[in-house]
Design a protein around this ligand. Structure first.
Ligand SMILES: [Zn+2]
Length: 297
């Protein structure tokens, strides 16, 4: 869940592609439709254009796009927005969530981060939404993407804790970002070069240098109570660019041994299972995970 159409494509699309390839279902949600991303259209016109672009970008990897329908520059941590976000989480029941870091270059990003944190914590509480609970709904893995340009609002560099190699995903990630044609053209006209795509690649290359690959995406995991604290992305990055590493296969077999899995589904099932299983030893006594893992009939 990000603030604006194109934020996910810039900050975490490569990782989403890798997860998609492992069998994860992909949903991209934006707080707004990007109604201020223009100098020539009305808010209604550009919202319609950017909604189509966001849908197209998500569909490139078989994902579904959602929006909370907030307005650019006015994303609020308030009851109406939270209710929309709770309902969205109830419909999707995410096992792994990406959002902006709590401190970022603009307030829409920070508010979206707070909304996402709040909603991931409590969406599985029966009374928080009138929508039915999908069995297995529980507190998901939560990761903060890099802040824009890798710096906090005071200009301090932010060091990612988890890096995911997205070198082999860069072509598809670029296609996803290019689907936001209205933004690309605007910047191209303004800068006289393809800054929209180029700046994404430059930043991904900077992150790649931190792990010795051509391109990477950086994350910091939210590890506060009662979130899962093992680094599920780190396990994803054990997969080599040409296939599944022996270490990861061993892990998959260990986790998947209690059930029969469709051929080729082991990796995805392993991660999906990991996302759903109680793992915070001792925490199950806490009321949130307890009721969220055993939803009422
Ligand atoms: Zn944004």
């Amino acid at each position: 869940m990000m603030a604006h159409p194109d934020d996910a494509e810039i900050l975490c699309a490569g990782t989403m592609i890798r997860l998609r390839d492992l069998g994860w279902e992909i949903h991209i949600a934006t707080a707004t439709r990007g109604d201020c991303g223009t100098i020539s259209h009305s808010a209604e016109q550009i919202s319609a254009i950017r909604s189509l672009e966001a849908e197209r970008a998500a569909s490139i990897i078989g994902g579904t796009w959602h929006t909370l329908d907030s307005k650019d520059g006015k994303v609020c941590y308030d009851p109406p927005t939270l209710e929309k976000a709770y309902d969205l989480f109830r419909r999707v029941a995410p096992g792994l969530v990406f959002t902006h870091p709590p401190r970022d270059y603009m307030m829409d990003h920070e508010m979206t981060s707070h909304i996402c944190r709040a909603v991931s914590f409590l969406y599985a509480a029966p009374n928080i939404s009138s929508l039915p609970l999908i069995p297995g709904s529980s507190v998901p893995y939560l990761y903060y993407c890099d802040p824009v340009e890798g710096i906090d609002p005071l200009g301090n560099p932010v060091q990612p804790a988890t890096l995911v190699d997205v070198t082999n995903q860069m072509e598809l990630k670029t296609q996803m970002l290019a689907a936001h044609a209205s933004q690309r053209e605007w910047l191209r006209a303004h800068h006289g070069m393809d800054e929209y795509i180029d700046s994404m690649k430059r930043f991904s290359a900077d992150r790649g240098k931190l792990m010795g690959t051509q391109y990477a995406e950086g994350f910091i995991q939210h590890r506060g109570h009662p979130y899962p604290t093992d680094d599920i992305l780190k396990r994803c990055s054990l997969i080599s660019s040409t296939g599944v590493s022996p270490v990861f296969l061993k892990l998959i077999r260990k986790h998947a041994s209690h059930r029969v899995l469709p051929k080729g589904q082991g990796e995805a099932e392993c991660l999906a299972q990991s996302a759903k299983s109680p793992r915070n030893g001792g925490i199950t006594r806490h009321w949130i995970p307890k009721f969220s893992r055993t939803p009422p009939a």
